[in-house]
Design a protein around this ligand. Structure first.
Ligand SMILES: NC(=O)c1ccc[n+]([C@@H]2O[C@H](COP(=O)([O-])OP(=O)(O)OC[C@H]3O[C@@H](n4cnc5c(N)ncnc54)[C@H](OP(=O)(O)O)[C@@H]3O)[C@@H](O)[C@H]2O)c1
Length: 295
């Protein structure tokens, strides 16, 4: 099922013909920053962002994660400018369920009207007639999964799927209970939660999703706004003649075959480094050192 070719082999999203390389790209870092407002406004170098996206796709990246609330709208508009008309086989995954406040905050946006408007806004900004995958980003707690029924917003997305505006539905920032609830309502293609070498709350969930053939897409694979840093990681990196970030990504790829990585970067050099991880093998005894690295 998992061919070791291309960017670390590939994975077919369940119930779909969408087959993606396991090394993808997260577009959040393409938006700018305005004072304390992160992921806000245009980047300093729009042409550089366009060139980076074009190189990513030319290098084989066919899974790009985005959202209309990055910028807001900026990231999707740059994606469209850089890549439209989109190459056959490119899978763009977006998210709904949040909006940005004027102060840069991330606010829940779960009403029928807000979700419907968000899907149409993503279609418009990306220049698409149908969205490949839409993740419902749960916001009961903005920074970690928190229990609560997701039936109402998910039902709205399922209806938009029935209308042909969405091909596949995923979930983000969710608990195992919410995933089980969701799967009774609609087929779930992927789950996107916070996970990396130092943050492993979802270990058991990853195994369960792997058994069910559902993709697990860790966000903050490199630590996000606080990049991963530890002596153990640096030591392993120099032992393997790699960078710490490459080791962190290779560890994820070897962690489970249903993990798809979407490292975010605004740097062409970092993009190139991240795409090299497909060939970086971490020997079992070295993995043990990394496995002990939980915060
Ligand atoms: N569903 C959600 O709630 C959610 C939340 C957060 C993110 N996401 C998605 O997940 C994607 C990945 O997360 P993320 O971008 O926030 O964080 P990340 O991938 O964990 O880390 C990004 C940070 O690492 C740096 N970086 C990347 N490659 C590097 C390298 N080779 N060497 C050194 N530094 C490197 C980047 O800086 P440079 O730009 O300088 O390279 C950036 O500061 C996002 O882009 C977004 O699409 C989803």
């Amino acid at each position: 099922m998992f061919q070791q070719t291309g960017l670390a082999g590939n994975f077919t999203l369940p119930g779909s013909s969408l087959n993606v390389n396991r090394v993808g790209y997260g577009a959040m870092q393409l938006a700018g920053r305005e004072g304390s407002k992160l992921v806000w406004g245009p980047p300093r170098d729009v042409d550089g962002a366009i060139a980076l996206l074009q190189e990513a796709v030319a290098s084989g990246v066919n899974h790009i994660d985005t959202a209309d609330f990055y910028g807001p709208y900026v990231t999707n508009q740059i994606l469209r400018k850089a890549l439209s008309p989109y190459r056959e086989g490119l899978v763009i995954v977006t998210k709904v369920g949040a909006l940005r406040g004027e102060d840069g905050s991330w606010l829940p946006a779960f009403s029928r009207e807000e979700l419907t408007a968000a899907v149409h806004s993503n279609l418009r900004n990306l220049g698409l007639d149908v969205l490949d995958v839409v993740n419902l980003r749960i916001m009961f707690d903005v920074s970690q999964p928190a229990e609560g029924s997701i039936e109402a917003p998910l039902t709205v997305l399922a209806e938009l799927q029935q209308k042909g505006l969405i091909r596949h539905i995923g979930l983000s920032n969710v608990t195992p209970t919410q995933i089980a609830e969701a799967r009774r309502i609609v087929a779930i293609a992927c789950v996107q939660n916070h996970y990396n070498l130092a943050h492993r709350v979802d270990d058991a969930l990853i195994e369960k999703l792997a058994q069910d053939g559902i993709a697990y897409v860790p966000f903050f694979p490199l630590g996000g706004f606080s990049p991963l840093q530890s002596d153990a990681l640096s030591n392993v990196a120099s032992l393997l003649n790699a960078t710490p970030m490459q080791v962190a990504l290779a560890w994820l790829l070897q962690r489970s075959p249903n993990i798809l990585v979407i490292p975010g970067t605004s740097s062409l050099q970092h993009l190139r480094e991240n795409l090299q991880v497909a060939t970086l093998q971490i020997p079992a005894e070295v993995r043990a050192t990394l496995d002990a690295m939980v915060n």
